[in-house]
Design a protein around this ligand. Sequence first.
Ligand code: NI
Length: 170
Amino acid sequence: MGRLDILRYPDPRLHTVARPVAEIDERIRRLVDDLLETMYEAEGVGLAATQVDVHERVIVIDVSDAHDGAVVLINPVLVETSEEMTLGDEGCLSVPEIYDKVLRHARVRVRAADRSGQTREFEAEGLLSVAVQHEMDHLLGKVFVEYLSPLKRSRIRKRMLKKTRDEVRA
Ligand code: NI
């Protein structure tokens, strides 16, 4: 399969709630590989299966500069979240060229299965913590622009629709 098409906001399919992965088999491992390839190609730091129109709880993240820090989260659960919050700029491969501030937990503790089916638990902070929360939102059908004001959101929606129209025409 290889590189997958990324849904663009405001595509209604981005609001689909993903179901848990029942079994980590060849199909899921291929999905993980394709998500990684698609994310690296698009120069993103995270991608959720929802964004490629596959509605199962699978996420890939890599916040390293060298693209050697892939984190695969299958059926992720937030075990703990810090009271401390952090405000940082976020972007999303489904909302290209839009960046805005979102309030997130500074640290999270996550439990998830990896590509081999092994369940792991780890603590994330900084960019990794933000990426985990951003991608887990996707699995619930939530895009980061939904944290912004209705006015900003409506501007982004219009801009994305125009961008898509212009590309179709080109
Ligand atoms: Ni995103």
